[in-house]
Design a protein around this ligand. Sequence first.
Ligand code: SAH
Length: 454
Amino acid sequence: MKKNDLFTVKIEGMGNEGEGIGKVDGFPLFIKDALPGDTVSVKAVKIKKTYGYARLMEIQEASPDRTEPGCLLNRACGGCQIQALSYEKQLEFKWEKVRNQLVRIGGFTDPLVLPVIGMEEPYHYRNKAQFPFGRDRDGKNVTGFYASRTHRIIPNTDCALGVPENQQILKIILEFMDKEGIAAYEETSGEGLLRHVLIRKGFATGELMVCLVINGEEMPGIEALADSLFEIPGMTSVTLNINQKNTNVIMGEQLIPVRGKTFITDRIGPIQYQISPRSFYQVNPVQTKRLYETALEYAGLTGTENVWDLYCGIGTISLFLAQRAGKVYGVEVVPEAVADAEKNAQLNGIRNVEFYLGKAEEVLPDKYKKEGIRADVIVVDPPRKGCDAACLDTMIRMKPKRIVYVSCDSATLARDLKILCEGGYELVKVQPVDMFPQTAGIENTALLKWREEK
Ligand code: SAH
């Protein structure tokens, strides 16, 4: 088999990124946008030793699990991978992905993976969007989403996962750029001013935030732009974020207030949260409530426990847990997020929490060595790369009765659960929650018990 060869294949499985997998004489090919049950003609694009990649040319026979995608650009845009798959089958795919990774990477023989908690309305669920700005071939300013694995912008102001206000906001910004002659930033040359816009909406409060990321220290005409943006109902915060580095990281460190507050407020369940532009906040509020309720249930609190919430962001999970714990300690590396967390505790009149600024893998070992801290329950919710070895090691030494591991990446979750189980824990169960419908992503909450507690 070589590049550009043509084949007809029946799709029999799905890869972790949602690609269809079909075999040609036993040799597996990964095919983006092909679905199990399809028969497709494909062209080989890259052949490796034991597998290859092929491009979908034509669907000869469509899978019965195909459905009408919610967005016409779903194949070109890198944001969604499996819109064409019925939602029911999306949930099955995610369940199998989690289970397979626990078996293959985690070494568990028969892990208890509960059915995925799905959404009733799996579109327009995102409270946050980050749109890049660029120029098309004719030099016109555009915004949209990056095509899969590239930084080529697919123009689109109306993402089917986002809120309707996105379109209105983007239209205002694009018109403003044309009028004021504001150039979009270009990665290759490092020139141009406007890089990205971050838009966030509090689903419970209706509050809207717009943060413009610029390659400079000021933006000409920003007051007029703020006037137009503040005509949109719910607009609460317009800010500038300065990022003059040639990097893939979207936000820089400096925030400049422009109009209104520098944060928005939202509610999940009974708790209110203040959210700054650089603070992490779960993107799907409907599912977040279910995720946090699961985490709270798994923590098994009775009102007296000492709890550590590592990677705590703005204290979302910490405050949920504090309702039923003796004391909760949060650890977070972004200073604005820790400031938000402290504010949020106050806002809700919650006093049994304390937050520490720093890396979990430094704060926890340090406090354990110097102060001999202890925990009945440890909750972790790390970014995709999972927990650092030093953090896992200290958790094992501290021997909390329960560990609740919240994760947005099932591969690193499986890797870390293996380490914790080798250190004396037992995996009780894993609850997947579909935070990211139409994409291959899946969030999980895992419960581990110290093996003596049986
Ligand atoms: N539990 C929170 C945040 C989870 S996202 C919530 O549900 O909203 C992960 C968080 O970990 C982010 O806020 C990120 O800033 C933080 N983080 C990343 N690396 C970290 C590290 N090494 N130590 C502590 N926090 C870290």
